[in-house]
Each structure stands twice: as C-alpha cells, then as structure tokens.
Design a protein around this ligand. Sequence first.
Ligand code: PLP
Length: 456
Amino acid sequence: MEKNIPYKIYLEENEMPKQWYNVRADMKNKPAPLLNPGTLQPMTAEELAGVFCDELIAQELDNDTPYIAIPEEILGFYKMYRPSPLVRAYCLEEKLQTPAKIYYKFEGNNTSGSHKLNSAIAQAYYAKKQGLKGVTTETGAGQWGTALSMACAYLGLDCRVYMVKVSYEQKPFRREVMRTYGATVTPSPSDTTEVGRKILAEHPGTTGSLGCAISEAVEAEQKLDGYKYVLGSVLNQVLLHQTVIGLETKAALDKYGIKPDVIIGCAGGGSNLGGLVSPFIGEMLRGENKYQIIAVEPASCPSFTRGKFAYDFCDTGKVCPLAKMYTLGSNFIPSANHAGGLRYHGMSPILSQLYHDGYMEARSVEQTAVFEAATQFARVEGILPAPESSHAIRVAIDEALKCKETGEEKTIVFGLTGTGYFDMVAYEKYNNGEMGDYIPTDEELAKSLAELPVVE
Ligand SMILES: *Cc1c(COP(=O)(O)O)cnc(C)c1O
C-alpha cells in the first residue's frame, strides 16, 4: 500500500547502494563477446589491455558476479552529488489531468548536467589506481567529456577529449567547461591522427560523428605512453557503473511500497537506460516480478526499431573491437538537422540481447514532438531538460495520457538524465518554428546496413 508520497524521495547517505549490480549474472542468454576486428575471435583480456585499464577489463568480461563492490573512494565522490532525488511529478500529473502516478529520477544535479559522472569517476579511479598518467576519450554533445574532465581533475589525471566537430562549434561553452576542469579538447575529425586525416580526405567538410571521434581517441591513446582509452556508454562496464541510478530508484520506491508498472528511459548507447532498468530486469529474469520497460530513441537514429542485431564496428575507423548489437551500421550518420542527441549508430550489447529476448520494447519519436514534451515539462516541473532526456519525457507523457483515456492508475517511472542549458541553439530552433523532423528512408538504412562486417 502506498503511504503519503513526498514530492521528492531522498535516500539517506547510509541507504545508498554500496555495490553495483551486474545484470549479466542473471541473464540466461549472455551478451555476445567483443570480437577482435582482425581475427574475428573473442577479445581476450590481454588484447583489451592495449586499450582499457585492467580492472575495467575484468568488469567488462565478468558475466557471472551479480554484485561488485563500489570502492570507498568512488562512494565518497558519489556522496558529493548523490543520492539523486526521485521526484513525484505531481505538477505534471495535475497539468495532464491524468490518474497515472509519474516519477522521475533526476541525474542532472552536477556540472556535467547528466548521469555520465557515475561512470566517469569509476573509470578515472581505476586508471589512477593502475598508475596511469591520463586518459583519452570522445564526446558528442559534451556531457561525457565534461564528466570525465571533472573526474580527472579530482584525481589528478590528464584528460584528452576528441569532441565531434559540430558540437565543438555549436557548444563553445561546453568546451570551455571541459577546459576549466583542465582537459585538452580537439575538434574531430582532426589532422592530429592518421584516422582523422583519412576521414577528412574521404569526407571533406564533414562535421564529424561519435564513430570518428572514438577512432581518433583510440589512436591517440595508442601513441601516448601511460594513457588508456575510456568510453562513456555502450560497454558492459559503463552499464554496470550506471546501475547506481536503478538501485537508488528501487530503494526509494521500496521505502514507500511503490511498484512501478512502466519504466521508461531514453536510449543513445544505452547506459542510463541500462543503469535504470537493470535491477528491475534482474527481477524479471529471476521470475520475481514483471514490468513494462520502454526504450525511447530518436526517429532519426533508430537503432532498436529499425536496426539489425548483428556484429558491427563500434567506430568509423574500424580500429575498435566488434560488438554484437542493434545497429544502423558504423557508417550511418544522422541527418545534420537532428538536434536531439542520442546519435550513436549502435546500442549496448546487454540491452540489445535483452531487447532481442523480449524483456524490453522500443519506440522511436520525432524531434519536434520531443521538444514539445520538453517545453511542457519545463513549464510545470521547473527543470529545463536535456533534449536526450526529453525522449523519455515524451513517452512518459504519452503513457500518462493513455491512462487518462482508460482511467488506469498506472505508476510510471522515467529517467530524467540531465539538463539542457547547453542545448539552447536547439531550443531556439524549436521556439522559432524552424525545427524539422527527419526520418531516414529504408534505402538510406539499407545502404549503411549493407556495409556490416561479415561474421560467421
Ligand atoms: C549521454 C546522454 C544520454 C544518452 O546516453 P546513454 O548512454 O544512452 O545513456 C542521455 N541523456 C543525457 C543527458 C546524456 O548526457
């Protein structure tokens, strides 16, 4: 039975999770292993050691340990900006006149403006522990680069960020935040790497993509002594770190005896969604409970809803291992008019397997509908949401409106991954009525999918 629910459910410090939850331990069908792009054999820990830190490789390959202790130092850092609130959206419910009960887990209360700091601090911590000098990475919209810069500044590590060129130019303030935290930021593709020069030669004038920036960051890491590469989404280790979101959400709901019916998250590479839903899907995998889980993606980059479940390259330069995932093909670049983030061509192998096995559904939404939901939310709940997060808001509102028609009092929980202060160019377009929707044609998708690697 529900008790009187406050607007914000906070956990006490001593109620915060002390372990991450590894959903792979409960999956019957494990996510497929990463493959070596040369031999097409599963990547060994030794091979991965060329790119990643040892402890993170152990986490990446661990399909069996259900709970992994969060080191004290990371817990201490988490306590600086966590626990994050689980908010009952009473004001939105009132505005929508819905009998549904809506909750959101807000991850935007730190300078990166997103959930990405949860994994950034973990990855930087293990790099530091291994005695490294620094790390290289890519960033798209800039949240991951910012989060990593913050974590590296705290731990005294050097941070080199390859930032997708269009964002570098459109979001100079995001770049400056990273530099304030001591990071070096290079627009990608750049002429500082071989792969960058090759991409520039083949696609002059390109504004870049995450896939290109990943290739450059990996090449940079391999040429620098004492550096490793880190990635902000997609990988198993990142989903693992992000489970603090879901574990806190579950603990907060349990405190008041609330059982969600529907859990919704936006899906770019899958890290926030995976982190939010892992503890709930774990219950489904163990046969203890049932939930409706919805992944929301942009109609202009629809990996779950229109992609293929196949091995693909994680980057444009094809230097990274292959992952089996829902993908649009590593050469797919979303239309330049797409302003809503979530632009990566692939999806977390863990979530891909869970989706394939029927534990989640997926919806794609058009960006004007996303910004409409963002604006509606901002005006009643006070928070100016990130465009990425607004994909989840869109579907949460749609579900609440359905409840209004049917009279069902469903409990809806969604992930509000961050704030949108650096996305005002996109909001400006929307406010001026200049934002369009772009949905790739079947021919366009077939073209990039035809270039998937052949893996027996
Ligand atoms: C990066 C980001 C996302 C998407 O990444 P996932 O790995 O799919 O979670 C969503 N929201 C915000 C605010 C982000 O910064």
